[in-house]
Design a protein around this ligand. Structure first.
Ligand SMILES: Cc1ncc(C[n+]2csc(CCOP(=O)(O)OP(=O)(O)O)c2C)c(N)n1
Ligand SMILES: [Mg+2]
Length: 594
C-alpha cells in the first residue's frame, strides 16, 4: 500500500490537537488577515454566505457589487491602495466567468488579486453526466490568466493552498491567483493553530545584494545628473516616503512613468511626467545615471532605449530596483541590477549614500519654474469651441484645478485621459487607472475599491469619459450604499470619441459614416445619479466646473457632474490637431521598432 496523506477533515497537521476547531471558510479569512487584508469583494451564493457572515463579524468590509467583473476591479484597486493582496470571490459557473476579465486585467496590471471561485462538490464534477446546473469545468479556463491556480480538494489543504496563493501573488512580478473552492469542503472543520505571520511562510520584502548596492552608490556619486524614474509599484507598495528621502539625498529630479503618475508627497515640485512635459525631455537627455524604481521600463517609456532616450547622454548608466529577477535586462541592458523589494532596497541605497549627500542639481529650480510656467500657460489657452460646448482641455483644467490636495484621483476614458496627461493641474498622491491593459470601464469599480481601502476618509475625484462610465454605472448604488466621499465628473461627447478620431484619421474627415461609435444624445448622467440617490449636477459652462466640484465635495454627498463637451475637440478636431501630444502617445505603439 502507498502511504499517502489521508484526506480527513480536521487534522492539519495530522498529529497536532490545537484544542480549537475552525471551519474552512473562517480559516481562509484568518490567513488573509495575517497579510493585512480586511475586505472581500463579490456576490455571495451558497458557497460563500458563511464566509460573508464570518467576515462581517470579524470587522471586514463586505462589498457586494452588481457585476463580478466590477468585483475583481474593486479588489484590484483595494490591493493598490492597501499595499497588500486583495480577495475577490465569485459564484460557480457564471460568476467566475464574469470575473475572469478582471483576472486578465490584474495579470497585465501586476495586481495581487486572489480569486476564490465557487464550484459544485467534486462528486458532481466527476460524474459522467450532461445537463448539470450552473456548472462548467473552471480551472482550466482560467489557468493562463493567473500566476497560479489550485483547488482546495481536501479541507486540510486550506493552509497550504491559501499560503501559496499569498506567496505567489506577491513574489516576483505581482499578479492574480485562482483558487477553486468546491462546496464539499467549505463547512468542514479544521484543527489548526492561529495563522502564521507572513515571514514564516514566504520571503517578505527581500533586500538586494550588498556589493551591488555599493556599486550602485558609486555610480550615483560619480554622476553629473542622476535621476529617478519612478513607476507604479512605488504607489502600490505605499513606499513613497522612502523614495522621497532618496530623491532629496540625491538632489535630483524625478520622472514619472505613464503608469506611475501619482506624486510622492513632499517632492511634488521636482516630479515631472515622462513624455508630456518639455522639461522631462531635457532631463532625460541630460541624465547620465537612471535609477529605475518599480517600473517595467515598458513601451510607454520606450523601453528606456528609444525616442527621448536616444537623445543626449545615450551611454547613461542604468540601476534597476526590481523584485523579479527575470525582468532584469529584458527591455534594456542594466548596469547594476538591485533585485529585491523596493521597500527594502530604496532604504539600502539611501543608507549607502547617506554620508555623501549630493547638492541639488544646478538646474533643478529652473526645471521646476519652467514646468510651473507650462501649467500656467495651459490655463491661459483659448478654449472657445464652435459648438459652445466645453473644450476637453478646459474640462481637465477646471476639474483637476479644484481637486482637494489629499484626494485620490481615479481616471477612465479615451480622449479625455489623453488630454489629462497634458492639462492636469493637480499633483495627486494616489492615481488609480488602468494603464497597462488599457481597459475601459475600470474607473467606477476602481474608485469604489480605492475608497473602501482608504476607509472612506479621503475625497475621491473620479474623472471619466462617458462611454467608459456607462460600463459599470450600476456600481453607483455601491457608492450610495457606503456613502463614499466621491465626486464624479463626466465628460460627455455622446461617443466612443477616441474611435471617432480613428475613423477620421483612417479615412479622412467627413469621408466615413463612422458606424457604431456615436450614441444617444439623450443620456443624462446627473439624472441617473439622482435616481441612485446621489447628487446630480449639470454644468454647461466651462468656467463653472471648478466651483461645482468644490461645492460637491463641500456638500458631503457623493455627486455626479454631467459636463457636455465639444465632440469635435474631443475627437481630435477637424485637422486632428486638438488632441495634445497625440503624436507622442502614438510612439507607444512602436510595432517592433523599439
Ligand atoms: C474594454 C475596452 N473596450 C474597448 C477599448 C478601445 N477603446 C479605447 S478608447 C475607446 C473610446 C472611449 O470612449 P469614451 O469612454 O467615451 O472616451 P472618449 O474618447 O469619448 O473621451 C475605445 C472603444 C478599450 N480600450 N477597452
Ligand atoms: Mg465619449
Amino acid at each position: 500500500m502507498y502511504s499517502d496523506d489521508k484526506p480527513t477533515a480536521a487534522n492539519t497537521p495530522a498529529n497536532t490537537d490545537t484544542g480549537r476547531s475552525i471551519p474552512v471558510y473562517e480559516r481562509i479569512l484568518e490567513l488573509f488577515e495575517a497579510e493585512g487584508v480586511k475586505a472581500v469583494f463579490g456576490i455571495p451564493d451558497p458557497n460563500f454566505v458563511h464566509l460573508f457572515v464570518a467576515a462581517e463579524q470579524r470587522g471586514w468590509k463586505v462589498v457586494t457589487p452588481h457585476h463580478e467583473l466590477a468585483a475583481g476591479m474593486m479588489a484590484e484597486a483595494y490591493a493598490r491602495m492597501n499595499g497588500t493582496p486583495a480577495l475577490c470571490i465569485s459564484t460557480l459557473g457564471p460568476g467566475v466567468a464574469l470575473a475572469s476579465g478582471s483576472m486578465m486585467n490584474a495579470l497585465v496590471e501586476n495586481s495581487p488579486v486572489i480569486y476564490l471561485g465557487g464550484q459544485r462538490a467534486r462528486i458532481t464534477e466527476r460524474r459522467v453526466r450532461r445537463g448539470r446546473i450552473q456548472f462548467i469545468q473552471q480551472e482550466a479556463l482560467f489557468k493562463n490568466s493567473v500566476k497560479f491556480s489550485a483547488s482546495i480538494e481536501y479541507a486540510d489543504q486550506t493552509d497550504e493552498i491559501i499560503r501559496h496563493a499569498l506567496r505567489v501573488c506577491q513574489s516576483g512580478t505581482p499578479g492574480p491567483v485562482y483558487i477553486e473552492y468546491p462546496s464539499h469542503v467549505i463547512l468542514q472543520e479544521l484543527n489548526v493553530p492561529p495563522a502564521l505571520p507572513p515571514k514564516a511562510y514566504r520571503l517578505v520584502e527581500p533586500g538586494a545584494d550588498s556589493d551591488q548596492i555599493a556599486e550602485a552608490a558609486e555610480l550615483i556619486k560619480a554622476a553629473d545628473c542622476p535621476i529617478l524614474l519612478v513607476g507604479h509599484a512605488v504607489q502600490c507598495t505605499r513606499a513613497g516616503a522612502k523614495v522621497k528621502e532618496l530623491a532629496e539625498l540625491m538632489g535630483c529630479p524625478v520622472l514619472q512613468t505613464s503608469g506611475g503618475t501619482a506624486f510622492i508627497e513632499g517632492i511634488e515640485e521636482r516630479t515631472f511626467p515622462y513624455l508630456f512635459a518639455e522639461v522631462g525631455d531635457e532631463i532625460v537627455a541630460r541624465s547620465d545615471v537612471v535609477v529605475a524604481i518599480g517600473t517595467e521600463i515598458g513601451e510607454p517609456v520606450h523601453y528606456g532605449r528609444g525616442f527621448l532616450w536616444a537623445e543626449g547622454n545615450t551611454d547613461r548608466k542604468w540601476i534597476n530596483i526590481e523584485l523579479d529577477p527575470e525582468a532584469i535586462g529584458q527591455n534594456r541592458p542594466i548596469d547594476v541590477p538591485l533585485v529585491g523589494d523596493l521597500r527594502t532596497v530604496v532604504p539600502q541605497l539611501y543608507a549607502a549614500l547617506k554620508n555623501s549627500p549630493r547638492s541639488e542639481h544646478p538646474d533643478l529650480q529652473r526645471w521646476i519654474a519652467e514646468d510651473k510656467k507650462r501649467l500656467a500657460d495651459l490655463r491661459n489657452e483659448d478654449f472657445s469651441t464652435d459648438s459652445g460646448r466645453v473644450h476637453t482641455g478646459k474640462w481637465v483644467i477646471e476639474t483637476t484645478g479644484a481637486m482637494p490636495k489629499n484626494a485620490i484621483h481615479v481616471r477612465d476614458g479615451g480622449c479625455t485621459v489623453i488630454f489629462t496627461w497634458t492639462y492636469l493641474q493637480a499633483k495627486p498622491h494616489d492615481v488609480i487607472w488602468n494603464q497597462n491593459f488599457g481597459c475601459l470601464g475600470t474607473g467606477l469599480p476602481y474608485a469604489v475599491g480605492a475608497s473602501i481601502a482608504d476607509g472612506g476618509k479621503r475625497p475621491v475625484l473620479f474623472t471619466t469619459s462617458d462611454s467608459s462610465f456607462l460600463y459599470h454605472i450600476g456600481e453607483l448604488e455601491v457608492v450610495e450604499r457606503f456613502n463614499l466621499p466621491m465626486v464624479i465628473v463626466v465628460a460627455v461627447d455622446n461617443a466612443w470619441g477616441l474611435e471617432v478620431g480613428v475613423y477620421k484619421r483612417t479615412f479622412g474627415h467627413g469621408k466615413s459614416t463612422e458606424p457604431g461609435v456615436h450614441w444617444s444624445k439623450n443620456v443624462r448622467f446627473d439624472q441617473m445619479a439622482e435616481s441612485f440617490g446621489l447628487q446630480g449636477m449639470f454644468v454647461e459652462n466651462g468656467d463653472d466646473i471648478g466651483k461645482a466640484v468644490t461645492e460637491a465635495f463641500a456638500s458631503g454627498k457623493p455627486t455626479v457632474i454631467h459636463v457636455p463637451i465639444d465632440p469635435v475637440v474631443n475627437h481630435g478636431g477637424n485637422e486632428n490637431l486638438n488632441t495634445p501630444n497625440y503624436d507622442r502617445f502614438r510612439t507607444w505603439y512602436a510595432e517592433g521598432q523599439q
